[in-house]
Design a protein around this ligand. Structure first.
Ligand SMILES: [Fe+2]
Length: 407
């Protein structure tokens, strides 16, 4: 990035005492040692960043930044257009500035579409939080990064899709490297990035750090759950570490000529299976999503879009006859056909393949592979006003599937 243009002196006066970005976890060390220790094992005793900032929820007029610190803090972002005035942002909830937390989420609003912004994040330690006396410690600041907001009414869109990483953090930079320098707008994670949720440390080491090492401080990612993200003791805390459009686990958005619908397909077994011990209710959740799905399929944004793409983890065909597959087929399947989606992108089976339209699904289903070497894939989706094209690359760089649709 162009660091010269990020005027360091602009920060003097705003920040009383700062130190250089410190990561409690070396990115390289964490990539070399995929681990799943609990949060308690984190060797973070100093006031340091546990992750660099990672970008979420991109929109033409906003961008959300998240990061994690070892200590409870008050955090803010300082940002500017190139050559523009420096601005500061923090989050206010119900009249109170968000503070005294380690997980930080700040949405920058009223941004200009298609514009590059340079930013740093800051976290000031809160040493004690008494009812009538709050004591601050030192402030740490990140390196400068930059991002570009999506253009308003863009003609094109380009994204990279990964799925079924299954706690293999090295796969994220390795698959991203397959893209080379080909421009893209954002990354989409289509579920089963983890085996099951053990704690914050796992999220940091196995997803956030590999993402920020590869791209995520300057390009945003979106993330929907697979069946494995609903398992483990930290599954209920996982959503707090990400911020999707509309803040939920399923959402829709238009980028360029494509309307995307992302669904959360839930667990693969019956809700009353003993391994869930009575603590899940995905049938009701999928039915609720189906009602929402039909409102999306009837929406102007969907009807107007040149291309209509659904992304979800469990394909409702070509993934056996487990309950999750069959229930998705029952509640979502008829809607996909009735409203004529163009394409579905899935994971789950660990066997990459392009399944052409056939009886049952009147559109192709592209399934990305993983998680073992030789079975992993990077899916590249691009669309302009005339053509949508998808290429699926295996981890040796060879194309193992493609799809094209012309208007
Ligand atoms: Fe999987």
């Amino acid at each position: 990035m162009n660091q010269e243009k990020f005027k360091r002196r602009d920060f003097i006066g705003l920040v009383s005492k700062t130190s250089i970005l410190g990561l409690a976890i070396s990115p390289l060390a964490s990539l070399a040692n995929p681990a799943t220790e609990s949060k308690d094992a984190l060797p973070a005793t100093d006031h340091v960043f546990l992750t660099p900032p990672y970008l979420q929820h991109p929109a033409p007029d906003s961008m959300t930044l998240m990061w994690i610190t070892a200590k409870d803090c008050y955090s803010w972002v300082e940002f500017q257009e190139r050559e523009g005035a420096l601005k500061k942002a923090h989050t206010v909830t119900d009249g109170m500035v968000n503070a005294n937390d380690r997980l930080h989420k700040i949405s920058l609003k009223d941004l200009k579409p298609g514009t590059t912004y340079i930013y740093k994040v800051f976290s000031k330690e809160i040493l004690s939080y008494e009812p009538y006396k709050i004591s601050y410690g030192e402030t740490i600041e990140s390196s400068p990064y930059e991002f570009k907001t999506p253009a308003a009414n863009a003609d094109e869109v380009s994204l990279l899709i990964m799925n079924d990483i299954h706690d293999r953090p090295q796969s994220i930079p390795q698959l991203m490297a397959l893209n080379g320098n080909d421009p893209y707008d954002f990354v989409f994670f289509n579920g089963d990035i983890f085996d099951y949720q053990t704690g914050e440390d796992q999220i940091i080491k196995n997803m956030i750090i590999p993402c920020t090492t590869s791209f995520a401080s300057s390009k945003p990612f979106m993330f929907i759950r697979g069946n494995h993200e609903t398992r483990g003791k930290f599954a209920r805390q996982l959503p707090a570490y990400f911020h999707n459009i509309d803040g939920g686990q399923y959402f829709s958005f238009t980028r360029g000529p494509v309307h995307f619908i992302a669904l959360d397909t839930g667990e693969d077994k019956e809700d009353n299976h003993p391994v869930y011990a009575g603590l899940i209710d995905f049938d009701t959740y999928r039915k609720k999503q189906a009602v929402w799905l039909e409102t999306q399929l009837k929406s102007k944004a969907y009807k107007k879009a040149k291309f209509k793409v659904v992304i979800m983890h469990i394909p409702h065909y070509h993934s056996g006859d487990a309950h999750g597959t069959l229930h998705c087929r029952e509640v979502f399947g008829p809607l996909f056909n009735k409203y004529k989606i163009d394409l579905m992108i899935c994971g789950h089976t660990h066997t990459y393949k392009v399944h052409p339209a056939e009886e049952g699904h009147q559109f192709p289903i592209i399934i990305g592979g993983g998680p073992k070497d030789g079975k992993r894939t990077l899916i590249k989706l691009k669309a302009n006003q005339h053509q949508l094209s998808l290429r699926m690359l295996a981890d040796n760089g060879l194309e193992v599937g493609n799809f094209e649709l012309n208007r």
